[in-house]
Design a binder for this molecule. Structure first.
Ligand SMILES: Cc1cc2nc3c(=O)[nH]c(=O)nc-3n(C[C@H](O)[C@H](O)[C@H](O)COP(=O)(O)O)c2cc1C
Length: 199
């Protein structure tokens, strides 16, 4: 598992304290199939509006499906490719824009899909893996790479793997990787009863 590198106002579970988004991945180490399935199972049990489960995940495993992995990799922004090339697994996260029950627009689909994704990321941390979400990819290219039906919206890509060593990263990524982890001040985000009144 990762180290705790954050200061918190209140105590949080160590999984939350340790989860972060590294860029250094061990390119030679596959993600075991049972661990990969465990990540997906964690996502599966996320809550969703009307229990619709609007998320879908398309997996590209570099050790088992080179072509699938490459198809996803090529949709990444250049800057993300520089480090994500070492990730053993890439996962395309997709939201279903329509409810299953009536095919009406589901305005909570993206919210629910984010919830499923953080479950996956926390399960990764629990299993000694790292996960790094990316918005820097082409949704159009990703849709065409996996043959996405029109009602589905590509939301993010996740790099998953075992953490690697800093030396394998370009210099500017090394700086980012070791920078202090920060968040907005507590009082600017959490309000008591009315907008703007600090908790
Ligand atoms: C929707 C989303 C899109 C992101 N896009 C990128 C990205 O394209 N490239 C990248 O390196 N990190 C990306 N990140 C990672 C964030 O930069 C990172 O989560 C944030 O800086 C907080 O750091 P932490 O996850 O280590 O706590 C993204 C995260 C999310 C949730």
């Amino acid at each position: 598992m990762s180290e705790v590198r954050i200061e918190t106002t209140a105590e949080v579970h160590e999984l939350i304290a340790k989860r972060w988004s590294p860029r250094a991945y061990d390119a030679s180490r596959p993600v075991e199939r049972e661990k990969l399935l465990s990540l997906l199972e964690a996502a599966r049990w996320a809550p969703s509006c009307f229990g619709d489960e609007p998320w879908r995940f398309v997996i590209g495993d570099r050790f088992n499906d080179q072509a699938g992995w490459k198809g996803l990799f090529e949709t990444l922004a250049d800057k993300n490719q520089l480090w994500a090339k070492h990730a053993s697994v890439l996962i395309l996260v997709v939201a279903d824009s329509q409810f299953r029950m009536n095919e009406k627009p589901n305005r909570w689909a993206q919210y629910d899909t984010g919830a499923a994704t953080i479950s996956l990321c926390l399960q990764a941390e629990a299993l000694g893996l790292s996960a790094h979400q990316m918005g820097g990819f082409s949704p159009e290219a990703a849709s065409s790479a996996v043959g996405l039906p029109e009602q589905f919206t590509p939301m993010a890509m996740i790099a998953v793997g075992y953490q690697g060593v800093l030396d394998d990263l370009d210099q500017d990524f090394q700086v980012m990787e070791t920078a202090a982890r920060k968040r907005q001040p507590f009082d600017e985000l959490f309000f008591s009863g009315i907008w703007g009144k600090a908790v």
